[in-house]
Design a protein around this ligand. Structure first.
Ligand SMILES: *Cc1c(COP(=O)(O)O)cnc(C)c1O
Length: 453
């Protein structure tokens, strides 16, 4: 056992150390060689060392360098070495972290990291929390609590009686809401399309004065951190309007909630603490391994009403917090361990510096690209930069060229009808030198492609 685990640690370390010198995009020949995996179900056992070697030799070169310092796609972050190490230890523990009585260590780590995050993020200290796979499931969990609460107030028990015949719920979202929010609304039976969409401004921010007048059971979903622009809805105004009408206010803060930790960005989140629930990711700005999402819910009873199960063979009655009383899953990995390790190692100052650094680096990208004559389409308020190199065809060709060059990786997007390249700076590993190297590569490829124009 010792040998195989050491071998895995050695291979993983060599992989991570190698990321600085290889193309960020997966090697196309290596991707083609993945075909080698497609063999019939083996009849006989294979030695552990061969299994590991096959994985590393066939698959490592076919991975994309998300864990490396120059991946700027999708707003997703890397893994802090301490969080990764803690994740390995937690995998070795193999704790099924549903019930305190069975897995006290990992249950307590969740509880402590929940308390720390509420403090760090400036949310009400007695919020309940769900440690789930990602913001998508955090939305599902928080919105299930919302559904419970607004219908309970209308005299309807949705967990017992379902939605058929229930009083209708008005759901309000911004025109630029993340598609996972509408997916979550669909999953919990509130409908992807029966929502009221509020118009947004040029940065994608909901225009609060255009919110509908609310009455009866209502849920308002606002966004802290637009996937393209990084902009924030006017949270204080939305929360105040929603509260006045007795609506439940839910915030999508998948990465943007972490702006609250950074002194120079915290103003963007002003009023966010007035909401009823918040969804965010640990695997984005906190830089812990996948999968790690979080729902924070002010009314813990509502979340438990939506999520807790009771079955006689399970010791759910306990004075301790049972993690599975708050989540869609029963059996689950110990997500609190990686989060605890990240927070313990960085401290408040370390998290703030990471967020500040990435925001500063995003500004540097914007400055350099603007300086070179390219158009940055968004106000760079956070860590997101959108740049157009000209017409859509040229912009797409330059994005493909940058991915092929391999120094860094940026994806494409269409923002309010305009084709753009998106740069998301959100990794602990990205140094200022990485940013300069990436800028040089982007400008070089752009000049080449324009020369061919
Ligand atoms: C990433 C993201 C999501 C979805 O999060 P997952 O962890 O992928 O489920 C939702 N909203 C926003 C704003 C995001 O950036």
């Amino acid at each position: 056992m010792r040998e195989i685990l050491r071998a895995a640690a050695d291979r993983a370390t060599a992989y991570l150390e190698g990321l600085d010198d290889r193309a960020v995009a997966p090697n196309p020949d290596a991707v083609a060689r993945l075909r080698a995996l497609d063999i019939p179900m083996p009849d006989e056992p294979t030695a552990a060392e061969s299994v590991l070697r096959e994985l590393d030799e066939v698959c490592s070169p076919a991975t994309i360098g998300i864990a490396g310092p120059r991946f700027y796609g999708f707003v997703i972050g890397g893994s802090l070495p301490t969080a990764l190490a803690a994740n390995w230890l937690a995998s070795a523990w193999d704790q099924n972290t549903g019930l305190y009585n069975i897995t006290p260590a990992t249950a307590v780590l969740e509880q402590v990291s929940l308390k720390w995050m509420l403090d760090l993020l400036g949310l009400p200290p007695d919020c309940a929390g769900a440690f789930v796979t990602g913001t998508t499931v955090a939305h599902i969990s928080a919105l299930a609590a919302a559904r419970h609460s607004v219908l309970a107030r209308a005299g309807w028990n949705v967990e017992a009686d379902g939605l058929f015949g229930a009083p209708p719920i008005t759901v309000v979202i911004g025109q630029e809401a993340h598609p996972t929010l509408t997916k979550a609304l669909g999953v919990i039976g509130l409908g992807r399309n029966r929502v009221i969409r509020v118009p947004v401004d040029a940065q994608g921010r909901m225009i609060a004065s255009k919110m509908p007048r609310l009455s009866g059971p209502s849920i308002v979903c606002a966004q802290a951190g637009n996937l393209n622009t990084g902009s924030f809805d006017p949270l204080r105004e939305i929360c105040e309007r929603g509260r006045e009408a007795g609506a439940w206010i839910h915030i999508d803060g998948a990465f943007g909630l972490w702006a609250r930790v950074a002194p120079s960005r915290a103003h963007l989140t002003d009023g966010i603490e007035l909401a009823d629930s918040w969804a965010t990711d640990g695997h984005k700005w906190l830089n812990v391994p996948y999968d790690s999402g979080l729902a924070f819910v002010r009314d813990g009873d509502a979340l438990r009403a939506a999520m807790a199960i009771t079955a006689e063979y399970l010791p759910t009655v306990s004075e301790h917090r049972n993690p599975s009383d708050y989540t869609p899953e029963l059996s689950r990995r110990a997500r609190g361990v990686d989060i605890w390790a990240a927070l313990r190692s960085l401290g408040r100052r370390g998290v703030a510096e990471m967020v500040e650094k990435n925001c500063r680096q995003a500004r540097r990208f914007a400055e350099a690209l603007t300086g070179a004559g390219y158009e940055v389409l968004n106000d760079v308020v956070l860590n997101q930069v959108m740049v157009s190199f000209g017409d859509p065809e040229l912009t797409n060709r330059i994005i493909a060229g940058i991915q092929l060059d391999g120094t860094c990786w940026c994806g494409g997007t269409v923002w309010q009808g305009r084709t753009a390249m998106r740069i998301s700076v959100i990794s602990w590993a990205t140094t200022d030198e990485d940013v300069e190297r990436s800028i040089q590569a982007i400008l070089r490829v752009a000049a080449q492609e324009r020369g061919l124009d």
